[in-house]
Design a binder for this molecule. Structure first.
Ligand code: FAD
Length: 415
């Protein structure tokens, strides 16, 4: 594994020189080095570790949490069908056809045959850890990486340098390392309430009028549930307590979140890159998660697999598969950034409605909005996130709702 300890009469030379000389002479300890170093044991890092270990690659995964806490994360734990092949169904807490509430309209995702399972993240993490170790990956808990010397191909972990040939950065959205690596960040916040109550249905809410430009969810996990909301701080209104807003929204629905376990976590949506020289960014670190639905487990696992393939086979064409992982950036992010640029955050929902009403009545405005509606409906084909589609349509609320029938017509054609 590239790590050498020199020993004299059974005692490490490093320890002897430290004790008697007060320093470690060059050559006594050879720097630890691995073919691949992965930072972070989330779904992305663990998938990459497993795939690389399967091919007998020398891989070291460094994780800041202790090993028995690997997997713990603020998360709804919703898994769409495309991830199921990598997760045993014994981990599922339930399988649902989500009910999607769009303002007053209640749509069921059954329309598109969409199914979502729920898992507890700790179960998923511990399962992935066992899998990676089974194939021979070395996963080291309690090992935070504090710095990366990109030019020298070294990471610093607990004051020690560890060399690498390839580096996979999989440290999620919530790590100072992102800034230290000079990566861009654009943070959205996920509020999560863990409530000990049984819920029958999985529900997703989009309602600009009541909760603003955001989505909210109820994800049942058997005897408990994750209730939460994704929120972009830059769209927040001054003087409004965002947590209160979401708590009131659920209170109106008869759900009291006062005694629930409250947590929150950032989600990075500023895309950086996937591969640069021998460095790969995967999962949330590359911002592959979908800012509209908050879904990121699939993107993390798939990008981990693609990074592993690219390292194993230098001829592997990674550009197309990785584009599929972050396709939403082409559609969703420009809209979000445009909204931010034009400071929609400063507008109350009522003013947005007024503005859109005005647009609808003007000749060119109406044409633009109809076109937007058509594109939204069409985007279903390239981008099958039904929930995102509904959410996007909320941004164009009055017109879209007025022409709901038209959209349904488009959908009939497309499905
Ligand atoms: C409130 C909320 C709800 C969500 N709900 C869903 C959902 O229902 N479905 C879904 O698909 N996605 C959901 N997501 C998104 C999902 O949680 C992430 O997209 C996913 O966990 C990303 O995986 P990852 O491997 O990239 O990073 P992470 O899962 O964040 O893992 C990163 C790992 O790196 C470690 N780490 C960080 N810094 C260092 C360091 N310096 N050194 C060593 N280790 C380090 C961390 O401890 C962590 O273990 C939700 C997110 C939030 C915030």
């Amino acid at each position: 594994m590239g790590y050498k300890r020199y020993v004299l009469f059974g005692i490490s030379l490093k320890k002897i020189s430290q004790k008697f000389l007060g320093y470690i002479p060059v050559g006594v300890v050879k720097m630890e080095k691995h073919e691949i170093v992965i930072i972070g044991a989330g779904p992305g890092g663990l998938t990459a570790a497993k795939e690389l270990a399967k091919k007998d690659r020398d891989v070291l995964l460094l994780e800041r949490k202790p090993e028995d806490k690997i997997g713990e994360k603020v998360c709804g734990g919703g898994l769409p069908e495309r991830v199921w092949k990598d997760v045993p169904s014994s981990l599922f807490k339930g399988v649902f056809t989500p009910i999607i509430h769009l303002g007053g309209i209640e749509a069921t995702a059954q329309l598109l045959g969409m199914k979502v399972a729920s898992v507890d993240r700790i179960d998923l993490g511990q399962y992935q850890l066992r899998e990676a170790e089974k194939f021979g990956a070395e996963v080291r808990g309690n090992s935070p990486v504090s710095y990366v010397k990109l030019r020298q191909n070294k990471v610093i972990c607990k004051g020690e340098e560890i060399g690498y040939d390839n580096l996979i950065v999989a440290c999620g959205s919530n790590s100072r390392l992102l800034k230290r690596l000079g990566l861009r960040t654009y943070i959205t916040i996920g509020y999560d309430y863990d409530i000990e109550e049984h819920f029958r249905d999985m529900e997703i809410f989009y309602d600009v009028e009541k909760i603003g430009i955001r989505y909210a969810w109820i994800f049942p996990h058997g005897d408990h549930a994750s209730i939460g909301s994704g929120y972009i701080p830059r769209f927040g209104q001054k003087g409004i307590n965002e947590r209160k807003k979401i708590e009131n929204f659920f209170k109106e629905r008869g759900i009291d979140l006062k005694y629930a376990k409250k947590r929150s976590a950032p989600m990075n949506i500023a895309y950086n890159y996937f591969k640069r020289r021998n460095v790969y960014l995967i999962g949330d670190s590359a911002s592959f998660l979908n800012p509209l639905t908050g879904e990121g487990i699939y993107q993390a696992m798939r990008s981990g697999e693609i990074a592993a393939n690219a390292i194993i086979d230098k001829k592997y064409k990674y550009k197309k598969p990785i584009k599929d992982v972050y396709r939403h950036h082409q559609i969703v992010n420009p809209l979000l950034f445009a909204a931010d640029f034009f400071s929609i955050k400063k507008l109350e929902p009522k003013r947005i409605q007024k503005m859109l009403g005005w647009l609808e009545n003007s000749k060119y405005g109406h044409r633009a909005l109809s076109r937007a509606n058509y594109l939204l409906a069409k985007s279903l084909k390239i981008y099958p996130g039904f929930a995102s589609f509904l959410y996007l349509s909320q941004l164009f609320a009055p017109t879209t709702l007025a022409s709901w029938d038209t959209i349904k017509d488009y959908m009939d054609v497309l499905i």
